[in-house]
Design a protein around this ligand. Structure first.
Ligand code: AMP
Ligand code: MG
Length: 433
């Protein structure tokens, strides 16, 4: 028994903690198969195989500066007051191979990234030479005055300093960010094998729903859940497949469900609360299994979870979100997001959690965990949370204004102003933090 379930005998026996619901849901999800994709498309995906370097990076010893490649022993006593003059025997730019060796008393003009010529063991930057004076005085550029002594190895970047040939650079499972994408490009890969993105079928249900773009008609509302959920799926790396709206009748539901069979997951909204779910139950029971849960959370207490039989023994897990727009989003955050991460091989990916001081109380009237829509700011080094006004689960603008969900635990009737609460960050705005 979960700690939170103790001493709540007055609650519905079937009420599940958020953690128990999550565990039951995640049991039905597995890491998807992998796919080779163009490098840039792999952003946010988990590597499906180790990335081993086939080259040294950099491939050759090369110059860290624009300057002159020399032998350190040629300029041992050089100084500003008594420069040592070397004969310039060649030049080498990045991408070229040097065609002249450096010998005692000679130098090769070299650009940043260019390979060090044979014989050279250090580089003197332009600023430490008399190149500009010479140029201004129209002097012979076949010679150069060196104004400092440069120890062996100065401004030389050794071959293999970044990555040695044959080393394991990124392990399978690494989630690719811009820096890892860059590292893979530096290894010469233009495509990469990653855990593929889940296709998530998204279906809204209800006779009252209009598609955005439809002419408004009285008594109807626009379907926002399809869009907020699809946008969330996209944000977390999945590929939404918009099935549109099913009407509250068997034929309409059946037709839409058939379109979901190709997906890796189906997310529906509405039709899961008591009194409403009979139709959904009948339809889904005909295509697989479905359970209706009460989850000890506010918003989003009613939740459905099931599996559709897609034929060939293939199962499509189905998450049934509540219809109210805030409930749908909050339940997606707790359960849908985790399922997508698991399918993408990104287990354990959590939203940042912070401790914040409450600037107003959060009330918990019925022993459920409250996820209050909050605006988090930083003030004098502390995070502060204020709520986005009325917390009714039908008010989607209260979600639009929030950057976090402030949590009041199940067994705490109130978190007062000034108390510290945990906040699940929905976003981490750079301008605030
Ligand atoms: P239900 O679960 O069908 O009782 O729906 C609960 C509430 O959510 C009702 O007010 C519905 O009109 C609303 N609702 C259901 N689906 C959507 C949707 N896709 N977009 C916006 N609101 C919805
Ligand atoms: Mg409905």
């Amino acid at each position: 028994m979960n700690r939170h379930e103790h001493g709540h005998r007055h609650h519905d026996e079937a009420m599940l903690s958020v953690e128990d619901a999550l565990e039951r849901i995640l049991d039905h999800f597995h890491v998807l198969d992998s796919k080779e994709v163009p490098l840039l498309e792999a952003l946010g995906q988990a590597l499906a195989e180790d990335a081993v370097s086939l080259h040294d990076i950099p491939p050759l010893d090369n110059s860290a500066m624009d300057g002159y490649a020399v032998q350190a022993s040629s300029i041992g006593n050089a100084s500003e007051d008594s420069p040592i003059t070397l004969r310039v025997v060649g030049s080498v730019a990045a991408g070229e191979l040097p065609d002249t060796a450096v010998e005692p008393g000679t130098a090769v003009r070299i650009m940043t990234g260019a390979p060090i010529p044979p014989g050279a063991d250090s580089v003197v930057p332009f600023e430490e030479t008399d190149e500009i004076e010479r140029r201004n005085a129209a002097l012979d550029m076949a010679e150069i005055g060196i104004k400092i002594a440069a120890p062996v190895g100065s401004d030389i970047r050794p071959a293999g300093q970044d990555v040695r040939k044959g080393t394991l650079v990124l392990t399978a499972g690494t989630v690719l960010r811009p820096s890892e994408i860059g590292v893979l490009a530096s290894l010469g890969f233009d495509s990469v094998k990653v855990v593929r993105r889940p296709v998530v079928a998204i279906l809204s249900t209800g006779d009252e729903l209009l598609d955005p773009g439809d002419t408004y008609s009285e008594g109807k509302i626009y379907d926002s859940n399809s869009y907020s959920v699809a946008a969330s799926v996209l944000r977390y790396g999945g590929a939404p497949k918009m099935l549109g709206i099913a009407r509250d009748n068997l034929d309409s539901m059946n037709a839409k469900l058939r379109e979901a069979m190709e997906a890796d997951m189906l997310i529906t909204s509405a039709g899961v609360s008591k009194g409403d779910y009979d139709m959904v139950k009948d339809v889904l029971a005909a295509h697989g299994r479905i359970a209706f849960w009460s989850v000890r959370m506010r918003p989003a207490k009613p939740l459905a979870f099931g599996v559709l039989d897609a034929g060939d023994g293939r199962k499509v897990p189905h998450l049934g979100l509540p219809g109210n727009p805030v409930s749908a989003m909050v339940a997606f955050e707790q359960f849908g997001r985790a399922a997508i991460h698991k399918m993408m091989g990104k287990d354990g990916f959590l939203k940042p959690r912070i401790q914040a001081v409450l600037d107003e109380p959060i009330y918990n009237t019925d022993g459920r965990r409250v996820y209050a829509r909050a605006v988090i700011t930083k003030q004098n080094g502390d995070y502060h949370a204020r709520l986005t006004g009325n917390q009714s689960s039908n008010l989607l603008t209260s979600m639009a204004g929030a950057n976090g969900l402030a949590v009041c635990p199940e067994d705490t009737p109130v978190k007062e102003t000034g108390e510290v609460v945990e906040v699940q960050m929905l976003d981490w705005p750079e301008d605030v933090f």
